[in-house]
Design a binder for this molecule. Structure first.
Ligand code: 6LW
Length: 477
């Protein structure tokens, strides 16, 4: 089952204005942060920007570890403007509100919500003009989103189904005669679920749906697992839809998912005033090769870097038609690594680049997090394949090559389980057409690495200055 937004795009939040839908996701330690998507049919989405795309909005320090940073935004349209509320769990960032008239940007600088504690903030307005900010737990504050002031301590609203852990991802909606409080519970792993409660007032008391959870794939053999963290939206024709995160595990047991948590879509009908979630609607997977020639002065919004991106270290204009990366760390293990990559979005794919490493060393990396990555690295006269799995580092292959630019490639192929321990896929690293090494993809999975992120395939500079003429992402069909 194909997601509507494939690759690491978790914690989706959606809103509609006229015939246009907009959707945002978490972005963790990557910069720019909070990808923004547009669609007119909820199935085909195009990234139109990133809400946090300047250092005045997002300055993640070198101490920001993987899976920290930016969590779970909520996107709403109110009073002629788009409102985004989001948590930066690092560097004392906390919860912030941003606004925009065009969701493609520019977004305002963030207004902090210093009195609002807790992740997964939501904003909802009632007809008296009160703005309610609801956070994981589930607790609620009345806030002034323009100034960021909260009036008083939080009120506890609901803690979900008794015995179920992690009530989080709240979204509050006024639908018909009720205020509905949609939450995720059970944790973002295999036990994940979506539950709902309703009340006559936005402040409660909330009555749980008798059929909770309204969505969960726990304990099923559905190929999409971990379903949860949902948001609702109504189409112009009156139909209701739910977006939510899910994963596609592969291999033997326990099943390893490698692309992170992705965004899925399902229809919703209402029975006795409660939502009933239908079958997942498949996304429209593009199978065309995407090639970036690095000809334009700005990178496409789908390119992400680690923690920050400065002109000095990552430039498209310096050598026209080339991406120039200038190292300031010592390689993929260094938090200061200079990196630009794109989320892996297909279970089967290849990525290629033409790299000129005459003035340094660097190459092509598949990164799950800072402790789990494989890379093929070029330096003057030699190409190496390196693997980092937790505390272990290995040079897997080395080949002498003539001086001059070389094509580096990684091919990712899913593999059917041969036994209960078979990994989900195999990653083969090549220089030109020579295969250097094939490695088990299970070590670049969330089940091994932990955390909230998925694979990103990218370019990096380990030492000196490294230039890339083009980058190709090829869904192998
Ligand atoms: C997010 C929480 C969750 O804040 O994962 O699946 C956390 N749900 O709601 C990070 O993505």
């Amino acid at each position: 089952m194909i997601p509507v937004i494939a690759g690491m795009h978790p914690d989706p939040s959606v809103c509609r204005v006229g015939d246009d839908y907009y959707l945002v996701c978490s972005s963790f330690e990557y910069f720019p942060g909070v990808p923004v998507f547009h669609s007119t049919d909820l199935v085909r989405w195009k990234q139109i920007g990133n809400a946090l795309d300047r250092p005045s909005q997002l300055a993640l320090s070198a101490a920001t570890p993987s899976s920290a940073g930016i969590y779970a935004p909520t996107l709403r349209h109110h009073d002629g403007r788009f409102w985004l509320v989001v948590t930066n769990v690092s560097d004392g960032g906390g919860n912030v509100v941003l606004t925009a008239t065009d969701p493609a940007g520019p977004w305002s600088d963030p207004v902090p919500l210093p009195g609002v504690e807790g992740i997964d903030p939501d904003l909802a307005w009632d007809s008296d003009g009160n703005c309610w900010c609801t956070v994981a737990g589930v607790a609620q504050y009345r806030v002034d989103p323009a100034t960021g002031e909260a009036s008083g301590p939080p009120t506890r609203l609901w803690s979900g189904t008794p015995g179920s852990k992690a009530p989080e991802a709240p979204h509050l909606y006024q639908i018909g005669d009720f205020w509905y409080l949609l939450i995720a519970e059970g944790g973002t792993e295999r036990g994940h679920a979506v539950s709902i409660a309703r009340s006559a007032a936005p402040t409660g008391p909330f009555e749980p749906c008798p059929d909770n959870p309204v969505l969960s794939h726990r304990g099923t053999d559905d190929p999409v697992q971990n379903t949860g963290h949902a948001d609702l939206v109504q189409a112009p024709d009156g139909a209701w839809w739910m977006v939510f995160l899910g994963v596609r595990p592969g291999g033997g047991t326990p099943g390893w998912h490698v692309l992170g948590r992705e965004t899925f879509l399902a229809p919703v009908t209402w029975v006795d005033g409660w939502p009933v979630v239908g079958e997942i609607v498949p996304g429209a997977e593009s199978l065309s090769v995407e090639r970036d020639e690095f000809d334009s002065p700005r990178l496409d919004p789908s390119w992400i870097s680690l923690r920050d991106r400065s002109e000095q270290h990552c430039a498209t204009g310096e050598t026209p038609g080339w991406l120039t990366l200038r190292a300031r760390g010592s390689g993929m293990d260094d938090p200061a690594v200079v990196f630009a990559g794109r989320r892996q979005r297909h279970l089967s794919c290849a990525a290629r680049t033409l790299v000129d490493a005459a003035d340094g060393s660097g190459g092509l990396v598949v990164r799950l997090d800072e402790d789990h990555h494989y890379e093929v690295e070029a330096a003057a006269g030699q190409v190496r394949v390196l693997a980092r799995i937790g505390p272990l580092h290995a040079v897997v292959a080395t080949l002498a090559v003539p001086d001059g630019p070389v094509v580096l490639e990684v091919r990712v192929r899913p593999r059917p389980p041969q036994d209960s321990r078979s990994g989900p896929d195999v990653l083969t690293f090549c220089v030109e057409t020579i295969e250097l090494a094939s490695l088990d993809g299970k070590y670049l999975s969330t089940e091994v690495a932990g955390g909230f992120t998925g694979r990103v395939i990218g370019l990096y500079a380990a030492t000196g200055t490294v230039r890339f003429d083009w980058f190709e992402y090829d869904p192998l069909g």
